[in-house]
Design a protein around this ligand. Structure first.
Ligand code: SAH
Length: 241
């Protein structure tokens, strides 16, 4: 279904996704209209499909970026702190930055993109510097790209109102839940435990990946919900140099 939403221009792509109901929220739509995908996915920027960006990484399809933003939208406001784990191209990090942009609240909001491949951190910085708005956000410290193992989060910037994980985890890493604000929300693809290690999973049957939405409520209690099946590259150890 998704490729029907592709367009000739960035705005055509986003408007098509909106008309098809794959993006429903106006704020998400406007935030995505504000980032030219050509700066992040040069080979087929306005196609609603994932694309390789080198180093074994992929930029996700635009409708997946839209879904991620919509699940997190109530936690994305001026002053929010956001952690984007597996930031890859930097596209979604930029969209999150647009979603927390706005009149000053006196709170120090920012988006941290973290990736374990230095070349991808360099690429994300380069991509974001292609637009004057992106350059300003980097210059103001509203967006920062950090090299590190995202499975540990980035405690220096915690607590986060929203954590997005852009690669599949083998479990709901407790340290990431710890770094959520109360209230706060995490969007994370996790390998299903069902069938894990069994003969079925060895055959690629059973198991699979699902998005989990993890809410930390104001009282600190944690609620988890499995929302839909997905296919992400895994969160792994950094490749040897
Ligand atoms: N949100 C990105 C997705 C990139 S693909 C985009 O749409 O462009 C997933 C990314 O996760 C890759 O860039 C990969 O390098 C990164 N990654 C994998 N394991 C990681 C880990 N342990 N720590 C940090 N980043 C990791």
């Amino acid at each position: 279904m998704a490729w029907y939403c592709s367009g000739q221009t960035n705005s055509e792509l986003i408007e098509n996704l909106f008309e098809a109901g794959l993006i429903k929220n106006e704020r998400v739509k406007n935030a995505m209209l504000g980032v030219d995908r050509a700066h992040y996915a040069p080979s087929a920027p306005y196609s609603d499909s994932p694309q390789p960006i080198g180093h074994g990484a992929t930029i996700s399809a635009p409708h997946m970026h839209g879904h991620a933003c919509e699940y997190l939208i109530d936690y994305l406001h001026p002053g929010s702190r956001v952690l984007d784990i597996g930031s890859g191209s930097g596209y979604l990090t930029h969209v999150f930055a647009n979603l927390i942009d706005g009149p000053s609240t006196g709170k120090d909001g920012y988006v941290i993109g973290i990736d374990h491949i230095q070349e991808l951190i360099d690429l994300a910085n380069k991509n974001m510097s292609k637009s004057p708005e992106g350059r300003k956000m980097l210059g103001d410290g509203k967006v920062k790209f950090i090299t590190g193992d995202g499975r540990k989060g980035w405690p220096e910037g915690a607590p986060y109102d929203a954590i997005h994980v852009g690669a599949a985890a083998d479990k709901l890493h407790p340290v990431l839940v710890e770094q959520l604000r109360a209230p706060g929300r995490m969007f994370i693809p996790v390998e299903s435990e069902e069938g894990g290690g069994s003969a079925l999973s060895a055959l690629g049957l059973g198991g699979g990946q699902y998005i989990w939405v993890v809410d930390k409520k104001a009282d600190g209690s944690v609620h988890k919900e499995k929302v839909f099946a997905v296919s992400y590259v895994p969160l792994t150890d950094a490749p040897p140099k």
